[in-house]
Design a protein around this ligand. Sequence first.
Ligand code: CA
Length: 516
Amino acid sequence: MASISRRGILALPLFAWRPLAGSSSTLRPNILFIMTDDHASQAMSCYGSRVNQTPNLDRIAHEGIRMDRVFVTNSICTPSRATILTGKYSHMNGVPVFNRFDGSQPTVQKLLQQAGYYTAMIGKWHLGSNPTGFDDWNIFPGQGVYNDPVLYDKDGSTQYKGYATDIVTDLTIEVLKNRPKDKPFFVMSHHKAPHREWTPDEKHRKQFEGKHIPEPANLRDDYAGRTDALHEQQQSVFRDLTRRDLKIAPPPGLTGIELARWWNAKPSEVEIEVDGVRQTLTGKALDDWKYQRYMQDYLACVQSVDDNTGRLLDWLDASGLRENTVVIYTSDQGFFLGEHGLFDKRFMYEESLRMPFVARWPGHIRPGSTSPAIGINCDFAPTFLDLAGLPTPGDMQGRSFVPLWTGHKPADWRHAMYYRYYHDPGDHNTRAHYGIRTETHKLIYFWKKNQWECYDLRSDPAEMRNIYNDAAAQPVVAALKAELLRLKKELKDDDQYADKQPADTSYVAAPSPKKN
Ligand code: CA
C-alpha cells in the first residue's frame, strides 16, 4: 500500500519499484519541460508550503523526484533562460543582464534537433531575439500579458482570447498533438505566471479573495548586522509595491501619463471598504494589508499554473505518453514571498536562489524520491542531452541530473555552487554581488562596496545573522573565500575580489525597453 508521508510525498515500499531495463541512450525519452516565471518553492506544497496547496505540481514529485537544492546562477529572468539553453554561466553566454541573446551560439535545443528530436518552444521566451533550434515556436513578445495575450511565431502574431496560463497549456497540447510521431520530442512550455504584476484570472482571484495568508517570521526583518544592500534595496513589500501591484482602482477621469503616474505611485495610505464602511489604512495596518494583497494575487496566479499542469499531465497520461516522457517542472528562479520584507528576487538569499525542481520518469525515477544534491541551472542542458543519449559538450558548465535521479550519485558531485548577479544599478536597486553556497554555508560578496555577508545555514536557515565578522567564524570564512576563488577560476569568471575590483563596465544592459 502506498502511503502519504508527513511532507506529502508518496512513500512506496522498496519492493514496489524496479527500474526498467535500458539506459537513456537507447530509450531516447520525450522531454516535456514546464517552466514558470518567479514561482518560489515555498509556494509549492511538496516543499512544505505554509501558504498554498499545489496538488498537481506535487503529483510530479509524488510520482518522481523532488530536488531540494537546485539553485539559479543569476537570479533574474532573462539570464536564467540563457543559462538553461546554453548550459553556461552568464559571463560565458553573453546574457548577464537583459542582453539580446545571440541565437547563433550552440544551444541544447539545436543539439537535440540535430540528434533527431522534434523541438518546440511555447510561451515566455524573453531573450530579445527570435528562437533558434526549434522546429516550432510560438512566444509572447517580451514579457507578454496575462489577459488576451498576443503570441507570435515565424509567420506572424495572433491575439488569443483568454488567460495566458490556460493559453500556454492549450498551445502546448496542440503542439504535442500535431508533432511528428516518428520522433521523440523536446517541448518547452513556459508560463508568464506568476510574474509581477500578479494578475490572476477571475476563478482563482475569487478563490484567494479575502483569504488570510500567514506571514513569514522575518517579514519585518530590520536588517541588523547585514550590509548596506538590504537597507538600500527597493523591493520592499511595505515600501515599494505600487498601486498597480496592489490593484487599487484609479479615480475616474485619469488618462495617459497621469494615469501611468498614478498606477506607479507607492501609496502611503489606502482607502478600502469593509462591510460597506470606508476606512483609511496607514502604518502597520497598511503594511499588513499590502502583504495580504500581494500574496493573494501571487498565489491565485500559481493556482492556475497548478490546475493547468494537472490538465497537461492528464492529457499526457490519456494519450499514452506517460511512460516514455520525462516531465520536469521548475521556475526560472525563486522569489521572495515577504521573507526579509521583500517581494522580488536578484539577491542570493535562499528564497530567490532556490528553484523548485520536480521530475517524473515512470520506471526510472523512484516515486517519492528526494535529492539534497546541489544542482544549478547550468545542469539542465546536460540533463536533457543525457536523456537523449548525447554527451555534454566540453564548454557547458553543468552536469547531468540523470544519475541523481536513478540512484547513482557520482562520488565527485559538487559540494558548492557559484552565484553572480550583475544588474547594478538596475531595477529595485539591488546591489551586484557574487558568492558561493555550500551544503552548510553561504558567503556573499557585494563587490562594488567591498562588503561581505556569511551565514551558517544549519543554525540560521532564514539568513538573519551575518557571521562574517565573528571571531569564531574566521576559519570557515577563510575556507569559503578560498573555495569561492577556486570556483571563479574554474568557471572562467576571471575578475578577482578585494585587491582587484572587477570592471563592471564590461556588462552593459541591452538598450531594450523590455524588463525581466
Ligand atoms: Ca523570472
